[in-house]
Design a protein around this ligand. Sequence first.
Ligand code: PMP
Length: 285
Amino acid sequence: RIVYVNGAYKRYAEAAIHAEDRGFQFADAVYEVMEVRGGRLVDATRHLARLNRSLGALSISAPMSNGALLHIVGEVVRRNRVRDGLVYLQVTRGAGPRNFSFPGLEIFPTLVVLARSQRLGWADELAEHGIAVKTMPDNRWGRSDIKTVMLLPAVLAKDAAHSAGAHEAWFVDQSGAITEGASSNAWIVTPGGVLVTRPLDPRILPGVTRATVKDVAAAEGLKLEERAFTLAEAIGAREAFVTSATNTVMPVVSIDARQVGDGRPGPVVRRLRSRFHELAEISIV
Ligand code: PMP
């Protein structure tokens, strides 16, 4: 397998990051994960827009133009012969003598791009039955809208969820409202058939899949309310689901071991899932 690191395509065994890279020492870095489907990129424009937003929020300079970045992404996809899978892209502030303060202008951002195959249909099989989620307090920092690699709270939350037999963790804020999943945005369908997801705020990531699912919902004529919802409302919902680039729309059939609806993926989530790739942007790379 081949990985792009700072200007060169390398075999994994030959690829290296500086020992004083600020991504490694301070999690001073941002990332993106994009779906690859049939050798094409899904929602690349929205992913690059969010990458630039994350970089801007942290005053990390963009390593190159979006066009140049897309070219590298395409090369990495081709060199790894990925038809279905994902692209992982990370930008760190760069390497320099360890110091909390930003280094001066002598620093250059580090760029890593890798691609991995994942069997098409893997997520479909999971979606047939749906997943269980487990809630826990949202103990992340106050800027979860920036896609940083500072992922330890999410790592620990996922591990706790897995230990409890669940597939995803849902974070709950101090007011008792669900913020989002450890690596997904959270949604419900009310007993009245209205889609509900939390409005964008600093506590959640502006999910690319969330944005595209809003487009799908509009195309389907579904009613959508962007507002916070509580655990109690989610358990009493008709349907629940999560969205993320790697799983698109994934039904949630139980929350904290309590069944949602009839415990099976419902019609709304199935419709959103089946239409997702018709409305997502698909680009040749
Ligand atoms: N929230 C968090 C915390 C995430 O890590 C992710 C996945 N990157 C998402 C939401 C979903 O975002 P997207 O649809 O862009 O993958």
